[in-house]
Ligand binder design. Structure first.
Ligand code: IMP
Length: 435
């Protein structure tokens, strides 16, 4: 942390996504004047519950509910224009002002062939499937890296769009028809459809670099809003069971276009336990009554994916993975969400280490095959067996809950910042200043 006032804060998921980031961003957006979503696409889903109602956001930064806040969808995001337009329409119809939403010209577009290929590739993987959200995210990022992507700015230029699309579709259609035996995509129809999306989004599409740089120059509080989580990172996550972008603090710099020296604080968001959607290793995963209690079915906190409606896998807090994610992302502040979900659990387990055969591991192994063999070492702590949903100060939490939170911070190796005890905007305990 540098300087007295913290003006650039990255809020990142530090597990496998779904940590409850949207809920915190919604609150912190009232302090930030600029919120930048920097990566991922509509594979993400944030549930925000505030004075205006309950909203499910996939692409639009959660700062949108604050009329004074500027919201940017940064260059590192891959955008489904169709999904974005639906989101804008839904917000507008419920009285939310979207005029301060700016979309980077440099952000890539998720095209219809990305969605088709995502699903076909998953089918081909058979038992080795990743469990993607089926939103075309992997293929869209692959095209960006292969330099065959289409960017938001291209949707505003008829000639560029037609030329790029013509070149790309030639290759994609060969793949679709010859390899997968499915229908080709029409150049004409796709061109007209995406040109129309461009027209509809034109007022929002711009060069977001000046907006971000001016805010930095004026020390305006900026919140970098993460999607997914550190353990889904394409480089450092549980590969290949990851997403196709860097969802952490480095991704925040890259996707927003902000140098790493400008970030003042990184908040790592951790659920008080662990969840995962999709396939892949999950050492502390559990079944049975404790799992049912953690899933909270039928409540607003229910562990069902916001984007796909899939039931989330659940397990105990994993201190090894938590520390690993903190190290990669330079987490200096811990936010713990859904503490109230543990209110009725008599004995809570915390994973403090991994055992592989007879060896204790300090760090998670890099490969799935080995990670699947580790045995979590648990510490058992007594639950508090009383409701925390109305508590607003750390010192008012039951002693056992305070101790649990302190243990998590110790394992992560960072100070406590925020605790959430329910889905509402005010069900938050601020343990230290964020901006
Ligand atoms: P993709 O990002 O759709 O390619 O999916 C790759 C993996 O990341 C799958 O396991 C997904 O379930 C997971 N994933 C992607 N986005 C999210 C998210 O926002 N929350 C939780 N898991 C996600």
């Amino acid at each position: 942390m540098k300087g007295a006032a913290m003006s650039v804060v990255a809020l990142i998921g530090a597990q496998w996504g779904d940590e409850g980031k949207g809920h915190l961003v919604d609150l912190l957006a009232s302090k930030a004047r600029l919120v930048v979503r920097y990566g991922g696409g509509n594979n993400a889903g944030h549930t925000v519950d505030n004075h205006l109602g309950t909203f499910k956001l996939h692409l639009i930064p959660s700062g949108i509910f604050d009329p004074a806040t500027v919201n940017v969808i940064g260059s590192g995001v891959v955008i489904s224009p169709e999904a974005l337009l639906l989101e804008i329409a839904e917000l507008k119809s419920r009285g939310v002002n979207t005029s301060k939403l700016f979309i980077s010209e440099r952000a890539h577009v998720v095209m219809p062939y990305h969605v088709i290929l995502d699903k076909l590739q998953e089918q081909d993987r058979g038992d080795g499937k990743i469990g993607t959200t089926g939103r075309g995210i992997g293929p869209a990022y692959a095209d960006k890296m292969s330099r065959t992507g289409i960017r938001m700015a291209d949707l505003l230029h008829e000639e560029t769009l037609l030329n790029r699309l013509r070149g790309v579709l030639e290759e994609k259609n060969r793949l679709l028809t010859k390899l997968y035996g499915v229908k080709a995509i029409s150049l004409h129809e796709t061109y007209l459809r995406y040109l129309n999306f461009g027209h509809q989004l034109a007022e929002h599409i711009t060069d977001t670099h000046p907006i971000i740089q001016r805010a930095l120059a004026k020390d305006i509080p900026i919140l970098l809003e993460g999607a997914q989580g550190g353990l889904l990172d394409v480089d450092h996550g549980t590969y290949p069971y990851v997403t196709s972008s860097p969802p952490g603090a480095a991704g925040a710099c890259q996707g927003a276009g902000i140098g790493p020296t400008r970030i003042d604080s990184v908040i790592g968001v951790y659920k008080a336990y662990t969840t995962r959607v999709g396939e892949g290793p999950f050492p502390t995963e559990i079944d049975g009554p404790d799992a049912d209690a953690l899933r909270q079915m039928g409540t607003p906190w229910a562990e069902v994916g916001t984007t796909t409606g899939r039931l989330r896998r659940v397990g105990w807090f994993d201190g090894v993975m938590a520390r690993y994610a903190a190290q990669i992302n330079g987490v200096d502040t811990v936010a713990i969400t859904k503490l109230d979900v543990l209110d009725g659990i008599e004995t809570i387990k915390i994973c403090t280490g991994y055992k592989l055969h007879d060896t204790m591991l300090e760090f998670p192994p890099a490969t799935t095959a080995v990670l699947e063999q580790v045995e979590p070492v648990y510490e058992e702590v007594s639950g508090w067996m009383t409701s925390t949903v109305d508590i607003r100060r750390f010192q008012d939490l039951p002693e056992a809950a305070q101790a649990y939170v302190a243990r998590i911070c110790q394992l992560v190796g960072a100070r406590l910042g925020i605790i959430s005890v329910g889905p509402k905007r005010d069900q938050i305990i601020m343990a230290s200043e964020v901006f």
